[in-house]
Design a protein around this ligand. Structure first.
Ligand SMILES: C[S@@+](CC[C@H](N)C(=O)[O-])C[C@H]1O[C@@H](n2cnc3c(N)ncnc32)[C@H](O)[C@@H]1O
Length: 515
């Protein structure tokens, strides 16, 4: 039974001040133990970090030992590092207990850098002790800290304003807090964070206070139950989408699995989210989908979108596809059972049997962006695979996705004649690569490469390459197309008809923009 949390607003505000004065930042922690130990901590290996901390009792080192690694620390060091709250304050809010002269952590409390269009900032997130701190497998009611998937979704959040925001399955509150910072929630906004775990909601309240954020409402319940009858402009969710066999002996972790069979949780989310979206509202989530009996996994997602009683637009990006064995091993290891240890083979077998029973050949993972069209007519339906590495998390994708949606809407307003009358400008991050067969003057392949955004590479022919190269906002698309037709000695109308759909695609991808 986990220790209860008491996110008392006065003590947590004092803690925030103490952490700030102590200089307990992500940079300071990296500095305290160095890059090699830092990488090792990322892999759940604390030995090198503990060695680097040996003999140090300055504030960043004390806090890194206690709250980053989750190791008991002498009370006098803690009282010195946190002079206002001291060890007693930590006990009062439920994130530590006292044992003789030591402070024993009951939660992790880690600094987290944030970089977005508004600049850089520093957050702190409290969450349950992880496997390395516990020295064993996680309990099934574990409340997750900020992980890779959390940061991915945080970076994907659209940077456009939204008045009413909902975070489903908030965990430690990272998505709600990110939405708040993005300015998604204005002064009069409502920001609702839900979870089936009361402990997660308590962590979210504590983390909101720790980061100086007021006004996040926490509500208990499953999926959309806590907000039935309400509508939001933005829904964010890193839902518990992990596919888990429903057989005895397989642990059901609340943080990753909501008890559904197969990929039914993501299907239920997609089918249900339209009801809580205001017209024009968007939902962003991460998810898994199965490839069953020869059916393409993205086709399956298309079916879920089609089954929504409210028309939904969709842009779904598959980032990764795993075969059943790789998926099973990934999630068995995530649960703290390592290869070669007792139980590992039986758990992997349970996953494989479960997949075999449904004819699952592969499992896709990716990003879903859904929108309830304000007009009631769903126009955007884009399902694609982008499996190459994306630019660093330091360049969050949210602004790019918002730009693509705006470009889609602008293009929808234009028929071909109107697009031909528009001027385009090539984006600064686009470069061109030409590949020639040895000794041949004309290129056999021309590629446009995007430096930012989704880092796309698009193969183009000489006509489109010429149009993009001349897209400086001076001449219209039609004028450029006609000039290129003359140069290449081809039919002007045929070339326009060929180029315009591809210009639309380049505008959507952000390689070109409408002047
Ligand atoms: C993968 S964690 C995501 C936590 C956090 N939002 C993030 O991005 O890191 C999923 C969260 O969903 C919660 N959850 C599990 N089942 C749920 C359900 N049926 N409805 C809502 N939330 C649920 C879990 O307790 C957990 O906090």
């Amino acid at each position: 039974m986990a220790h209860p949390l008491h996110p008392d607003s006065v003590i947590v505000a004092d803690l925030r001040r103490d952490l700030t004065s102590a200089g307990y930042t992500a940079d300071a922690v990296r500095e305290v133990w160095g890059p090699i130990a830092d990488d090792a901590v990322g892999h759940g290996l604390h030995g090198p970090a503990l060695a680097a901390l040996a003999g140090r009792d300055d504030a960043p080192a004390t806090l890194a030992r206690l709250f980053f690694l989750g190791v008991a620390t002498p009370r006098e060091h803690v009282d010195r590092a946190l002079p206002t709250v001291g060890a007693d304050g930590l006990v009062a809010i439920g994130i530590a207990r006292l044992d003789a002269g030591s402070v024993v952590p009951l939660a992790l409390l880690r600094p987290q850098d944030v970089v977005d269009a508004r600049g850089t900032a520093q957050w702190w997130f409290a969450s349950d002790l992880d496997e390395a701190a516990l020295g064993g497998p996680l309990p099934t009611d574990h409340v997750l800290g900020v992980g890779g998937a959390s940061l991915t979704l945080a970076g994907l959040q659209l940077d456009t304003p939204a008045r009413r925001v909902l975070d489903v399955g908030t965990g430690c509150g990272i998505q709600a807090i990110r939405a708040y910072r993005a300015g998604a929630a204005g002064a009069a906004a409502s920001l609702v964070a839900t979870d089936v775990s009361e402990r997660a909601l308590a962590f979210t309240r504590m983390n909101a206070l720790l980061n100086g954020i007021e006004g996040i409402q926490t509500r208990h319940g499953s999926l959309f139950d806590p907000v039935a009858g309400e509508q939001f402009d933005r829904v964010i969710s890193n839902p518990p989408f992990v596919i888990t066999p429903r057989v005895a002996g397989v642990p059901e972790y609340e943080y990753r699995d909501a008890g559904y069979a197969g990929d039914d949780l993501v299907a239920a989310f997609v089918r249900g989210v339209g009801d809580v979206l205001a017209p024009g509202g968007t939902a962003q989530l991460l998810g898994n989908w199965e490839y069953r009996g020869g059916e393409d996994g993205l086709q399956r997602v298309r079916g879920w979108v089609a089954a929504s009683p409210v028309p939904l637009e969709a842009w779904v990006i598959e980032r990764e596809r795993l075969d059943p064995l790789a998926y099973a091993e990934l999630w068995v290891r995530d649960g703290g059972t390592a290869p070669g240890t007792p139980g590992y083979a039986a758990l992997v077998d349970a996953w494989l049997d479960d997949f075999a029973a449904r004819g699952v050949e592969a499992i896709g993972f990716g990003y879903l962006l859904l929108r309830r069209p304000a007009s009631g007519v769903a126009a955007l339906a884009r399902y694609e695979r982008i499996t190459h590495p994306l630019p660093d998390r330091d360049a969050p994708l949210g602004a790019h996705l918002a730009g693509a949606l705006a470009a889609f809407d602008a293009l929808e307003q234009r028929d071909d004649a109107s697009l031909a009358a528009a001027r385009t400008i090539v984006s600064d991050d686009v470069t061109e690569a030409r590949h020639h067969l040895p000794g041949v003057e004309d290129p056999s392949v021309i590629e446009l490469r995007q430096g930012g955004g989704l880092a796309r590479t698009v193969e183009v022919d000489p006509a489109l390459a010429a149009l993009v190269g001349a897209s400086d906002g001076e001449l219209t698309v039609g004028q450029l197309s006609d000039a290129i037709a003359q140069l290449l000695e081809v039919d002007a109308a045929a070339l326009r008809a060929d180029l315009l759909p591809r210009v639309r695609e380049l505008v959507f991808t952000g390689m070109l923009r409408l002047a």
